[in-house]
Ligand binder design. Structure first.
Ligand code: ARG
Length: 455
């Protein structure tokens, strides 16, 4: 393809380090789409003959068919997907194939292909995230009133509902989808026609190829268009944040499944056994969702490192933009699907969760709030009084509601029988009616709103 000024071929090692076909074959569909849009434009602008363009387009369709059926023979000597396709085209239709590369370079070609690929990825990620939100909101509605301990520092803090906890992730995923949409909107410009770096002297129509490929407009600067990969970095960054969110939920599932917590049971479909310990049910899928975050963060860091310090415009370094990104995109898609599966059929143990919600004096804040409200005590004093009451219960190894009124009046004479109303976990969650709070009626309304929005 470029041998004109060379008298011998590359060494085997050169070929090994230079070839990208082993991974950039994933861009085959996008490469053909880009070439078809390009050749149609070359004909429409009179840069090449209509008859030549038709022969090229028919040949490209044949190549596409071979790629799809698996009959296509990839060659490492041909370096990358662009030259593999072009060479096969030449074998099929003869020297006229050489006209396809008029007013184009592999630099704008690969930038276009990869944008199309990342766009396809984002367009598949968004509905997958929406499906996971739907599953979470469905389970949240079902468990709007299921009481569980809420934690800070992984210490029992205040009772919340399981539905409220699940809806927290619906909110996170909603922001994740916002990032996906932002990234897609910025990405959607057409680099094709930037040629190697400076544009071209041929009278091309970049708006035409933009339209054919579903881009909003052509990129405005040819150097920028062939030299930046920020669109991949943004997609990886959005993916990394998704992975970080999923990893937190995965970690919670691992904790909840332990015998010590026993808050939830994963279905058989999402558990594995141990080859030596027959009693084990392991949350492998959750652990792997947690772990795959590593390769997704790694891909982001990897590409940032490849790109930093590269002078404009294209450098071959940029061929290292693809492999890890492909891997990360596949990993994040799999993680979203696995999480959807786990959440869809995990079974919470409501009795066990409620019992745990009552342990650890989780309604101590309710007692302090009651003192403020009913006895007009300043919050700091109420905090102190409550602390003293908790110390008595702790010393006796009993729950707050198991103390007698006399026990409590020994700390503050202002306390009356009514205090027992707020010491139970159900009353505690029901009272948290502030906007965004955990009261079952709030959670039910929020879950219903989400399901409506996600319909
Ligand atoms: N395989 C190359 C890549 O992915 C295509 C662009 C090659 N351009 C060049 N001037 N060598 O970056």
């Amino acid at each position: 393809m470029w041998g004109g000024r060379f008298s011998r071929g590359p060494s085997e090692i050169m070929e090994a380090i230079n070839a990208s076909i082993d991974f950039d074959r994933k861009l085959a569909t996008q490469d053909i789409a880009g070439s078809r849009a390009h050749v149609a434009m070359l004909a429409a602008t009179g840069i090449i003959d209509k008859a030549d363009a038709e022969a090229i387009d028919a040949g490209l369709k044949t190549v596409a068919g071979e790629l799809e059926s698996g009959d296509f023979k990839f060659s490492r000597a041909l370096e990358d997907i662009h030259m593999n396709v072009e060479s096969r085209l030449a074998a099929l239709i003869g020297p006229v194939a050489g006209r396809l590369h008029t007013a184009r370079s592999r630099n704008d070609q690969v930038a276009t292909d990869f944008r199309l690929y990342v766009r396809d990825f984002l367009d598949a990620l968004d509905p997958a995230l929406a499906a996971l939100q739907r599953t979470l909101a469905t389970r949240a509605l079902e468990h709007a009133g299921t009481v569980m301990p809420g934690f800070t520092h992984l210490q029992s803090a205040q009772p919340v509902t399981f539905g409220h906890h699940l809806l927290a992730y619906v909110e996170m995923l909603s922001r994740d989808r916002g990032r996906v949409a932002d990234c897609r909107a910025r990405l959607n410009e057409n680099p094709l026609g930037s040629a190697a770096l400076a544009g071209t002297s041929f009278p091309i129509d970049r708006a035409m190829t933009a339209k054919a490929l579903g881009f909003d407009r052509p990129t405005a600067n040819s150097l920028d268009a062939v030299a930046d990969r920020d669109f991949v970095i943004e997609a990886l960054s959005a993916s990394a944040i998704v992975a970080m969110h999923l990893s937190r939920l995965a970690e919670e599932i691992v904790i909840w499944c332990s015998a010590q917590f026993a808050f939830v049971r994963l279905s058989d479909a999402f558990s594995t056994g141990s080859s030596i310990m027959p009693q084990k049910r392991n949350p492998d899928a959750a652990e792997l969702v947690r772990a795959k975050t590593g390769r997704i963060f790694g891909a982001l860091q990897g590409l940032l490192t490849v790109m930093k310090g590269l002078p404009l415009a294209y450098s071959k370094d940029m061929q290292e933009d693809k492999e890890q990104a492909f891997d990360a995109f596949e990993a994040v898609a799999l993680c979203v699907a696995a999480m959807d599966g786990m959440i869809g059929d995990l079974e919470p143990d409501a009795r066990r969760m409620k019992e745990a919600a009552g342990a650890g004096f989780a309604t101590a804040t309710d007692l302090a709030d009651w003192l403020v409200r009913t006895c007009a005590m300043p919050f700091r004093e109420a905090h102190h009084v409550t602390g003293a009451i908790v110390a008595i219960a702790s010393g006796r190894g009993c729950a707050l509601e198991e103390l007698t009124l006399a026990d409590m009046q020994g700390v503050s004479s202002a306390i009356t029988e009514d205090v027992f109303d707020v010491l139970g976990v159900e009353r505690s969650v029901a009272s948290r009616t502030s906007f965004g709070g955990t009261a079952p009626e709030n959670v039910r309304a929020q879950a219903e709103q989400w399901l409506e929005r996600l319909r």
